[in-house]
Write a protein that binds this ligand. Structure first.
Ligand SMILES: NC(=O)c1ccc[n+]([C@@H]2O[C@H](COP(=O)([O-])OP(=O)(O)OC[C@H]3O[C@@H](n4cnc5c(N)ncnc54)[C@H](OP(=O)(O)O)[C@@H]3O)[C@@H](O)[C@H]2O)c1
Length: 276
């Protein structure tokens, strides 16, 4: 029940109807007995700055920021965490003592999801993609001591990304299948495979994978992406992207509502059902 003490948070996006964050955070409020509410905040790009300041002024605890506002949020914040600066984007904001503080939780969420699946983060990771999510993932893996290789369809973006991160190596897109044998982790951080679009035949590209390669996809619609299905057919270990979505949300929940949210089967089932 919402009353005069209810703590408020939400997600700013345009559009925002597709976001599963309200479902997730309100579920956590319920199961953890938090007097909180999390609402969708459809915000046009031209209104982003004024809306963000307005939410801070109206007593919100903070917000998530999604497409297309992640870079604008970086500029609008008074302070950024080191992680947000390295990721070059903000997805989680907290309002504190009149300040707007921006963080990026995608990289930590990605790593926490793999760790929760008992994947050891070490050795050489091959990341496909050089967009916003790929950069957060690359930064997190570099910070955990992994060797990072980045392959992107547009080579210049991969080069710019490793230059900004001061770590990792950019390689040509056509070359990544030849580099697989030395890798312990393959990450699809492109939008390939989203919504079951059969944009690429992954099977022949995985031929050089070593038996210990773990394949993970950050695309989670569908959970079993074409890459993960191809990897499973090759007998490789796979981890889907839904857990990243759940784990990345925990930092925001903690900072707004003061509780460590549980990532359990009920949480997975709730989100998985909403994706069907
Ligand atoms: N699981 C989670 O919690 C989570 C979190 C964040 C994002 N995501 C998902 O991650 C995906 C990427 O998000 P983003 O924000 O990084 O997007 P983005 O900034 O738009 O980047 C898209 C990336 O995909 C590549 N790409 C697109 N079409 C391609 C194609 N046909 N062939 C090869 N590469 C292609 C782009 O390459 P170019 O540079 O050559 O265009 C770029 O590297 C989205 O599906 C998003 O839903 C998941």
């Amino acid at each position: 029940m919402i009353d005069g003490h209810t703590k408020l948070a939400g997600v700013m996006g345009w559009p925002v109807e597709h976001s599963r964050s309200p479902l997730l955070h309100n579920h956590w409020c319920r199961v953890h007995g938090v007097n909180g509410a999390y609402v969708p905040l459809p915000t046009r790009p031209e209104h982003f700055n004024v809306a963000l300041k307005g939410l801070a002024a109206a007593g919100f605890q903070g917000v998530n920021v999604t497409i297309p506002h992640k870079e604008a949020a970086m500029r609008a914040c008074d302070r950024l965490t080191d992680t947000a600066r390295r990721a070059g984007a903000v997805n989680t904001v907290r309002f504190e003592n009149g300040q707007i503080i921006g963080d990026c939780t995608d990289g930590t969420g990605f790593c926490d999801n793999l760790t929760a699946h008992d994947v050891t983060l070490s050795g050489r990771a091959l990341i496909l993609g050089a967009g916003g999510a790929a950069r957060a993932v690359a930064a997190a893996l570099l910070d955990r001591g992994c060797e990072v290789i980045v392959a992107n369809r547009t080579m210049e973006r991969a080069e710019a990304m490793v230059a900004a991160l001061k770590g990792g190596e950019a390689v040509e897109w056509y070359d990544w299948p030849n580099l697989l044998s030395g890798c312990s982790l393959l990450v699809n951080a492109t939008s390939l495979g989203m919504n079951n679009k059969a944009d690429i035949d992954w099977k022949p590209l995985l031929r050089q994978a070593g038996a210990n390669l773990c394949v993970t996809d950050i695309v989670y619609t569908p959970r079993d992406t074409p890459l993960l299905i191809a990897a499973q057919k090759e007998g490789l270990r796979t981890v889907d992207g839904l857990g990243m979505l759940i784990h990345q949300a925990r930092a925001g929940f903690r900072s707004w509502f003061g509780v460590d949210a549980e990532v359990d089967e009920a949480t997975f089932n709730l989100l998985a059902a909403s994706l069907r």
